[in-house]
Design a protein around this ligand. Sequence first.
Ligand code: DX5
Ligand code: ZN
Length: 217
Amino acid sequence: MSIIVSPSLLSANFLDLKTDIESLNKIDDLWLHLDIMDGHFVPNLTFGEPVLNQIKTVCKHKLDAHFMVTDPDFFAENFKNVGLHNFTFHWEAVTHHDRLIDKLKSMYASVGISLNPSTPVSVIPKYLLGKIDLILLMSVNPGFGGQKFIPEVIDKVIELDRLRHENNFKFQIQVDGGINDQNAGYLIQAGANNLVAGSYIFSEPNKDYLSRVNKIR
Ligand code: DX5
Ligand code: ZN
């Protein structure tokens, strides 16, 4: 699998989003990671459908939405015309996982499940691993950019990669939180193929985002 980097818009310049998105358009094999927060599942609020409708008019990359919300079912309906490629919800927020996954599958090309750092991989039954397109392992407690990487996530990547091989599952393994050029190599070696990075990419002083993306790869 090739390595996809998904820059998290949360760390971009919100006063000049268009410039940042156009810089990312010059780089290949990216997704654009969009952190949707509701102020309930996590103690922060970000952006919603009106902002995304404008972003999609300038972004050439696939839109990768990470819903840190208590009611992903509601957001599934609300965002259905935004043109998202991937819809990831948090396992911890949902009671009826199968029902939600079936619904999302009928609406979005790719459906992901996210696990908080303290949620073990074993909560997801095998039959759902066979249905899902992406598993997002959080390597920080969600809610904010710029937090410190929790290295124990590497063991979860190894466990998930083993399950993927043993069962010939096709899901991507995405990791999100505190990713930089120091830890990306360990994650890729462990089996991750999709890395989200916010502050590491957007803090590049000359806005040379390609150099940061290449260092992650
Ligand atoms: C955190 C978000 C992340 C965040 C990553 O809750 O899910 O996507 O923006 O930012 P960094 O890479 O700065 O940790
Ligand atoms: Zn995220």
